[in-house]
Write a protein that binds this ligand. Sequence first.
Ligand code: GLV
Length: 325
Amino acid sequence: MPNTVLVTQSLPDQYLDSLAEHAELDVLEADQHLSDSALAMRRAACHGVVCTLTDTIDRDVLQDMENLEFVSSVSVGVDHIDVSALSARGIAVGNTPGVLVDTTADTAFALLLAAARRIAEGDRYIRDGKWTASKRWTPDFFLGKDVSGSTLGIVGLGPIGQAMAQRAAGFGMTLASWTPSGREVTGVRSMPLEELLATSDFVSVHVALSDTTRNLIDGARIATMKPGAVLINTARGGIVDESAVAAALDDGHLFAAGLDVFEEEPVPADSPLLKHPRVVVVPHIGSATASTRRKMVDLAVANAVAALRGEPMPYCVNPEVYTSL
Ligand code: GLV
């Protein structure tokens, strides 16, 4: 009997074809979730899962998946997956690093520019019919914040943080960083997080979400940020305390924020963030270009095919499962 792979989001047909050469595919409908109780038999029957970051794979979901041999996620972040529970069972987890680095750094820098120069706010202003002749141009009209010549503090100096540094260097920014691994990169001055927050005009978050980074930028830390600073987050929502960001914008401590990710996605319509004109929001599109998404799906399929062949996944977040066999 061939192996069965549960595919939680329909991939383009040509990818399903290439996966289907190696396994029987059980593709969920768009409104079905891996955890649905009605899917228990399908969960139990599958040997592998190809999923995205919207699929939570925790101990509850794993309970009845006794045949599971691998999980391949179309994402670089794996905070939606209980990797340690899978590692304990010797199950490999694949992700899609590398291919989305530049695209995501482009998004972060776009948010930085848009937040600094009030681009989304200006767009709304015109569309709402507020740009009138009396306010055509005055020296103090729609003032933003200079990017060039200011300091960017990068929280997390992995590949995306480093790509952000390259972009910022091109804009003549001074670069500071703090990273949990202590990594040093030429041209970027590493410093304690407290110093980075107190001295940076812009702070951009690029750490993965984990138990140690959850709520890393909390209310107390936001209060220590340089007055008038701008906060950018393209990493994960749980790293930044959103209500503290909204409060700091309201009281004028922060100048603006640019956010691609949220504690809850889709971000609720009544989120205080959405009420603030200086918050630039986009719907978790950091890696969303056609060529990058194609490369991500390619990697996820390559991971799944390797696992189905009994080979190590090329991009595995818990490679220890191969050595501990
Ligand atoms: C996107 O957020 C990803 O983790 O790939």
